[in-house]
Design a protein around this ligand. Structure first.
Ligand code: PFF
Length: 452
């Protein structure tokens, strides 16, 4: 096993955890999780989501890191190398290709939403939303997303920031960013949880009950697929991101230990985001099922009513922007590493090429809320919804399933044993999950959803 990657290395195990948690914790936790849970009845969805994290997500995080740290290259080349070394078909490289493609789709959508978040920083800071109530906050959000020009401007700015950090490289770019942004994010989240507990009164209990009461009659296979897709999305799984970050991980660090830290941090942030948002929803007589606008409508209302809300609200959206940027950089890093390996071009140039491609694709999502709101792609979904559905509910779970199968059945067991560095019993348990349990779970959910 090579002990260095040509792209650079994390300076410590902690920095790996911060970078991987930075990738995992993002809009998926704070923006997407609450609204998707809200649209799917709350409790039952959350339970399935947690089950998917533990049973499917966590093992696949380990699998991706095992492959990445062994290969020390971009997912496309790592998959090819490990297939060759294990005397398997290099067709497995296709998993790396699919992952790179998924990365573009996800980044394109992500950049648009992150652009909204940055716009909200300014709106909060300017006092634009001060005193907002449920009517005016909703109208402000609709008015903003319908303004194609400003949505595109913010999308462009966010993409430039992403390209800039990736261009600076693993140490001076990505690690530098997560080192400062992640601790700040945690601090602010905890303050907001405190705020929610103190100010929402009886609605706090209602919010918790909504998230944690398991009403199984509300659960459909379509909702199970969404919960599973969310588990993949939130852990940055199934497209080679964790594999790429694993390629930069120091040799001595324990894979199960660090993967567990990442999964626990990520899940905690999602639950905390729900604990912040749902009580505010109920305290303001809103519903949890407002879709992608949920965070942009409920939080301004809450901040609009509280003392110091302007400062607090501004800080909140600043930090959501940070969470978003520490994730977006991880979406093009796999493709960036590959193109550097392939062409030997300098990283800044590669980062710009890839960012521009994702930016163009993002135009479709940006326009879905205004000029193209009537354009339908997959089964009546607009462009934004189609990209989101395709990436999260199909490509990530499919990629994850293939990565699990590859790790379990194709890669030489001696490689997995050495990378995992656990007892023989632990290794067998891990192999049983990635060979059978995780792939079968994804397969069953796919088939049941198709059958309705
Ligand atoms: N995990 C990120 C979030 O929850 O916002 C999104 C994400 C990042 C998905 C990186 C996929 C990825 F490769």
């Amino acid at each position: 096993m090579a002990d260095q990657s040509i792209h650079g290395m994390w300076s410590s195990r902690l920095m790996f955890v911060l970078a991987a948690a930075g990738s995992a914790v993002g809009l998926g936790n704070i923006w997407r999780f609450p609204y998707v849970a809200g649209e799917n009845g709350g409790g039952a969805f959350v339970l399935v989501y947690l089950g998917c994290i533990a049973l499917i997500g966590f093992p696949i995080v380990m699998a991706e890191i095992v492959l990445g740290r062994e290969g020390r290259k971009s997912p496309i080349n790592t998959m090819a190398d490990l297939a060759k070394r294990s005397r398997r078909s290099t067709i497995w490289q296709a998993v790396g290709w699919m992952g790179a493609g998924t990365g573009f789709i996800i980044l394109s959508v992500y950049s648009v939403i992150a652009g909204w978040v940055m716009a909200y920083v300014i709106r909060m800071a300017s006092g634009d939303l001060a005193g907002a109530d449920s009517g005016s906050a909703g109208a402000a959000f609709d008015g903003f997303t319908q303004d194609a020009g400003s949505v595109l401007g913010w999308h462009t700015l966010f993409m430039i920031l992403t390209m800039f950090i990736v261009a600076r490289g693993v140490g001076r770019g990505i690690e530098f960013a997560v080192k400062y942004l992640m601790p700040a994010l945690f601090f602010l989240l905890l303050m907001l949880v405190g705020y929610s507990v103190v100010t929402t009164g009886p609605a706090f209990g209602e919010g918790l009950a909504f998230m944690f009461s398991f009403k199984f009659d509300q659960l459909t296979w379509a909702a199970v697929l969404l919960a599973m897709g969310q588990a993949f999305f939130t852990l940055s799984l199934g497209m080679g991101t964790m594999m790429t970050y694993g390629a930069y991980m120091p040799a001595g660090a324990s894979i199960p230990g660090t993967a567990a830290m990442v999964a626990i941090l990520d899940t905690t942030v999602a639950i905390l985001a729900g604990i912040i948002i749902f009580p505010l929803v109920f305290a303001n007589d809103l519903t949890g099922s407002t879709g992608p606008g949920l965070m942009f409508v409920t939080l301004p209302i809450a901040f609009g009513q509280m003392t110091g809300g302007q400062v607090f609200g501004t800080a909140f959206f600043v930090l959501v922007s940070f969470a978003a940027i520490t994730s977006s950089i991880s979406m093009i890093e796999p493709a960036c590493a590959w193109l550097v390996e392939k062409t030997g071009f300098r990283r800044p140039m590669v980062a710009v090429i890839l960012g521009v491609i994702a930016w163009v694709l993002g135009l479709g999502s940006a326009l879905s809320f205004n000029l193209w709101s009537d354009v339908q792609l997959l089964g009546g979904l607009n462009f934004f919804e189609s990209m989101d559905y395709l990436a999260n509910n199909i490509m990530l779970p499919l990629g994850g399933m293939l990565i699990a199968l590859f790790t379990g059945w194709m890669v030489d067991k001696s490689i997995v044993r050495q990378q995992m560095a656990v007892s023989e019993g632990g290794l067998l348990f891990f192999l049983w999950i990635v060979r059978v349990v995780a792939p079968a779970a994804v397969f069953v959910v796919f088939v049941m959803t198709l059958l309705g």
